[in-house]
Design a binder for this molecule. Structure first.
Ligand SMILES: [Zn+2]
Length: 253
């Protein structure tokens, strides 16, 4: 680290549990963030400010006025522009010390698999089940840790699937693909602005711990947050041995 970096990250360096080695690991790491909406906005700001050395932002949407209520990485002048480029512009103004790669595309399963292989940690900040399952499959195949977040109305959730570990549960163990779960979208259901900030920030916190190699992560746990009553619940996750993505049956699937 140079003198400017020592100054910029000095409040991390003061932490006994963090220190110079963890900051160096963070600066040498690569995070893939899929989705630059409400969750991605909060996550990206903290990943960048904390000094994650390389950040790839993948989003095929453009900024809309209705996004600005909660997607805090975007500015009014970005309305109509691609979200990935808008987010990258904000991050460049915050921390030019890191490398930010905006991908203005709605990535399909094959593209996601390629992107995941090149990353050290993956943050799922997407808003649809097809993408969530594609990200999970890619993380299982490439054994990359997955930090999964979601938020709709007043309900938020976050889980970490540390797929580097043998026997770790995956997203599919928890949410089956063929489940008739209705896809809930912000456009029709509404979403409480600070909720996605809390969950997105929590995703950044977990990703940074995974990359820096500090503390205990949420791996194997699902945390639910009810913003209306300000209550947190925690559920222990178990691997589904019959899971078609990570389970013993996958070879037959
Ligand atoms: Zn699984």
């Amino acid at each position: 680290m140079n003198d400017e970096q020592r100054l910029r990250y000095s409040r991390h360096l003061l932490l006994n549990e963090f220190g110079e080695d963890a900051q160096e690991r963070l600066l040498a790491s690569h995070a893939l963030v899929i989705g630059a909406g409400g969750l991605g906005s909060a996550a990206l700001l903290y990943l960048a400010s904390s000094g994650v050395g390389r950040i790839t932002i993948c989003d095929g949407d453009r900024v809309d006025l209705t996004n600005l209520q909660r997607q805090v990485v975007h500015r009014l002048e970005s309305v109509g522009k691609p979200k990935a480029a808008s987010a990258a512009g904000t991050l460049a103004g915050l921390n030019p010390d890191i490398r930010v790669e905006p991908l203005e595309e709605r990535a399909g399963p094959e593209r996601i698999a390629t992107l995941v292989r090149g990353a050290d940690v993956v943050l799922d900040c997407s808003d649809n089940f097809a993408t969530r399952h594609a990200i999970n499959r890619a993380c299982v195949a490439a054994r990359r840790p997955l930090v999964s977040g979601a938020g709709i109305r007043f309900d938020g959730q976050i889980a970490v699937f540390d797929l580097r570990r043998e026997g770790a549960p995956c997203y599919h163990c928890l949410f089956a693909e063929d489940a008739s779960s209705m896809e809930e979208r912000c456009a029709t259901m509404g979403v409480f602005a600070p909720l996605v900030g809390i969950i997105g920030t929590f995703q950044a916190l977990e990703a940074i711990k995974l990359l820096a190699g500090i503390g205990e992560t949420l791996a194997g746990r699902l945390v639910l947050f009810d913003a209306l009553s300000s209550r947190w619940h925690e559920v222990k996750l178990a691997r589904d041995v019959h899971c078609r993505v990570c389970g013993d049956a996958r070879a037959a699937a």
